[in-house]
Design a protein around this ligand. Structure first.
Ligand code: GDD
Ligand code: MG
Length: 355
C-alpha cells in the first residue's frame, strides 16, 4: 500500500525547537520523530510513502533519502503551503496506484498504536470514499470532533469547535479511495478538515469512522512532545525504530552521565550530552551536547542542542532553545520557553553543595 505523510506544518506550538528543525524531525526517544512513524507504517504493510513537504522541505530528504525503515520514499514540495487537503492533492502526483486503490494519509505528528490493517479492511468492506481513524480524548475542542451513527458512518466533521458534541475525535490517519483524492481541487489551499470532509459528508459519500482507542498522541505541544518521547522510552508504545530496549532511560552513545546522577522516568540523554554529579533528569529530552550541571534538577523539559542548565538550577515543564543557558540557581517552571542562544544570568542566591 502507498501512503502520503503530511509534514509541511510550521510546528508553531513547539517553537523555539521548530525554529531550526521541523516538528517531524525532532529527536524523539533518540531518533527523528518520523522514524517511529515510518517503522510502524512498514510494520502495518505500507511499502511506499510520499512526503508532502513545505516548511524546511529539504531537511526531510536529507534525513531519510530514497528508502528508510523498509519503506520506499518520495518527496513532493509545495511552493506555498496548500493546507492539509491541498497538500494531499499535490502529493498524489507521485502516487502509482489505481483510482480504486486505498491510500493511507498520515498526519506527521501523531504516535498511534492502532491497527491500520483493520482500518483498511473496514474501508474496503464499506466501499467507503474515506475512512477516518477516530479515538476519544478528554478535551475534544482542540481536535476535529467526529460523531458517527450506529453503522459507524461519519455524520459530521467539526474542526476545533468550542462546543464538541462527542469526545470522539479525528486521530489524523485516513484511508482515501484514490479517486476521492483526485477530486480535491488542485493548486489552491484546501483543508481536509474544514472543506473536504464536510463536503463529502454533505454530498452523501460514504465516510466511515474506524474507532480504536489504543495508544494515541498528537505531539504538537511541548508537554505532548515530552510525553511521547517518554512513553516510547518506557515502552508504553513499542516502536521498531527505538535504539535499544525500553527502560527507565535512554542514554545515547557518547553521552556522559555521572555515576551519582539520577536519570529516569523515560528521559533521553542525547549524544555528547552531559549530566553532572548529583543532577536529576526525569522524563525529559536532552538533545545533543546539552549539559545539566551539578545538583541541577530537570523534569519534563526539552533541552535544545548545546543548551546548558547551571549548577543547582531547577527546570520543570520548560523548553530551552538550542544553545540557551540557564545560570546557576534559576528556577523555571511550567510552560516557560527560552529562545535559542539566550543566557539567563545566575540568581543572587548562588547554589552551593551544602544549601
Ligand atoms: N504539506 C503540508 N502543507 N502539510 C501541512 C500543512 C500544509 O499546508 N498544514 C499542516 N500540515 C501537516 C502538519 O505538518 C501535520 O503533520 C498535519 O498536517 C496536521 O497539522 P497540525 O497543525 O498538526 O494540525 P492539528 O494537530 O492542529 O489538527 C489536526 O490533527 C488532529 C489530530 O492530531 C487535524 O487533522 C484535527 O482534525 C485532528 O484531530
Ligand atoms: Mg497536530
Amino acid at each position: 500500500m502507498e501512503a502520503i505523510l503530511l509534514v509541511g506544518g510550521q510546528g508553531t506550538r513547539l517553537r523555539p525547537l521548530t525554529v531550526s528543525t521541523p516538528k517531524p524531525l525532532l529527536p524523539t526517544a533518540g531518533v527523528p520523530f518520523l522514524a517511529h512513524q515510518l517503522a510502524r507504517a512498514h510494520a502495518e504493510g505500507v511499502e511506499r510513502i510520499v512526503f508532502a513537504t513545505s516548511y524546511r522541505a529539504e531537511m526531510f530528504e536529507a534525513a531519510f533519502g530514497a528508502r528508510a525503515h523498509g519503506v520506499d520514499l518520495a518527496y513532493v514540495t509545495e511552493d506555498e503551503p496548500l493546507g492539509t487537503g491541498g497538500a494531499i492533492r499535490n502529493a498524489a502526483r507521485a502516487l502509482t496506484c489505481g483510482p480504486d486503490d486505498p491510500v493511507l494519509i498520515l498526519n506527521g505528528d501523531v504516535l498511534s498504536g492502532h491497527d491500520v490493517r483493520a482500518q483498511v479492511k473496514l474501508h474496503e468492506q464499506a466501499d467507503a470514499a474515506v475512512t477516518l481513524h477516530l479515538t476519544e480524548v478528554d478535551d475534544p475542542s482542540r481536535f476535529g470532533c467526529v460523531p458517527t451513527d450506529d453503522q459507524g458512518r461519519v455524520t459530521a466533521f467539526l474542526e476545533k469547535t468550542p462546543n464538541p458534541v462527542t469526545n470522539q475525535i479525528n486521530a489524523g490517519c485516513y484511508v482515501f479511495r484514490r479517486s476521492a483524492i483526485d477530486a480535491i481541487p488542485e493548486n489552491r489551499v484546501v483543508s481536509v478538515e474544514r472543506e473536504t470532509f464536510p463536503s463529502l459528508i454533505e454530498s452523501g459519500a460514504t465516510v466511515m469512522g474506524y474507532v480504536e482507542s489504543g495508544y494515541w498522541l498528537d505531539v504538537g505541544t511541548p508537554e505532548a512532545f515530552v510525553r511521547g518521547s517518554r512513553d516510547l522510552v518506557l515502552g508504553a508504545l513499542t516502536s521498531p525504530a527505538m535504539p535499544g530496549e525500553p527502560g527507565e532511560r535512554l542514554v545515547l552513545t557518547g553521552a556522559d552521565v555521572a555515576p551519582d546522577a539520577t536519570v529516569g522516568g523515560g528521559a533521553t540523554v542525547g549524544a555528547g550530552a552531559v549530566v553532572e554529579a548529583g543532577a536529576t533528569v526525569i522524563g525529559s529530552v536532552l538533545l545533543e551536547e546539552a549539559v545539566v550541571a551539578e545538583g541541577a534538577a530537570v523534569r519534563d523539559s526539552v533541552l535544545g542542542r548545546g543548551a546548558r542548565v547551571g549548577p543547582g538550577a531547577v527546570l520543570d515543564g520548560v523548553v530551552l532553545g538550542d544553545g540557551a543557558v540557564v545560570g546557576p540557581g534559576n528556577e523555571l517552571r511550567h510552560g516557560l520557553r527560552v529562545w535559542p542562544g539566550i543566557e539567563l544570568p545566575p540568581t543572587a542566591v548562588r547554589f552551593s553543595a551544602d544549601t
